[in-house]
Design a protein. Sequence first.
Length: 335
Amino acid sequence: MKKISVGISGIGSYVPDKILTNYDLSQMVETSNEWIVERTGIETRRIADKDQAASDLATRAAIKALESANATPDEIDLIIVATATPDHLFPSTACVVQANLNAKKAAAFDMSVGCTGFVYAVATGANFISSGIYKKVLVIGSEVLSKIVNWEDRNTCVLFGDGAGAVVLEQCKDGYGILSYELGSDGKDRDCLIVPAGGSKLPASEDTVKNKLHAIQMEGRDVFKFAVRIMEKASISATEKAGLKVEELDFLVPHQANIRIIDAALKKLNLSRDKACINLNKYGNMSSASIPVALDEAVRDGRIQKGDNLVMVAFGAGLTWGSLVIRWNKEGIDD
Ligand code: ACO
């Protein structure tokens, strides 16, 4: 049976209006603009309103993605939301989005893969289409990390921001769309990056709240070393699986955690900085929203054109990693 080619037919993103600068953070914890810029590349990040949940950001990004795909909510067969900051333990954030959009026939579920979530979700959604089960799948990465950050911990609070990005997947012309992907995990290092409490292992209690165990804890140096190694390995592996050479890549769309991690990956791949879609200076690390927001911006400002070869690559909690090679199949989008 001939495999159906799957591409991105629509894309959109949303970031909250409120901007938190490095200067603002220096009033909250012992840090400075110089330290944050030099060690991470981040200058500002967006912060959701008190009443904004992951589903609210996701819905706004999804509406834009549907518009750019010329699709209506009732055509969507499946909604997958990748998030580390779901509205609730259950029901899924994807079900809230399904209701917000009134996507009558859509199945819906969340994926919990940390910052790698968007890559996993696109690979999963694409399989439903390439197997002929569904025609249109909406994939969203949405995060309100500001709500699970310990604002007294300078090791983590300077890194994260809120936002959402969405794509519509559907059949595309052969030779375009998703050419390959690689997904991986290594659960033995799961404690490097963790929100310890709030699940069944350590349910919420007075102690968990007092000890800030509902906030992100991270072994920054360990994650850094892992990230540098895996970004190179996963990018090369997916590129080879796609039958391409690294020199044939037009753009790297990396997870936006730290400019030094991105630069190290570019160096190892022998690519220049202008070959990377980078926006962490404006938004910080938006976890599963990082890649779709960076991709949306690069498509809308005309950097990415039909026929370009892109590799998206991410790493995150789990630990997990994922890379995906796409030959861009869509004409430009007018805002
Ligand atoms: N301001 C000032 N000083 C700071 C700050 C800060 N915000 N944060 C840490 N420091 C201090 C440390 O306390 C340490 O001081 P010490 O030497 O007196 O102990 C010093 O700076 C150096 O600390 P390091 O941890 O070595 O700093 P490093 O250069 O490694 O940068 C960072 C830390 C930015 C966290 C880096 O390790 C990193 O980016 N790691 C990867 C993070 C990441 O990718 N996370 C992914 C999350 S994915 C997800 O799923 C959510």
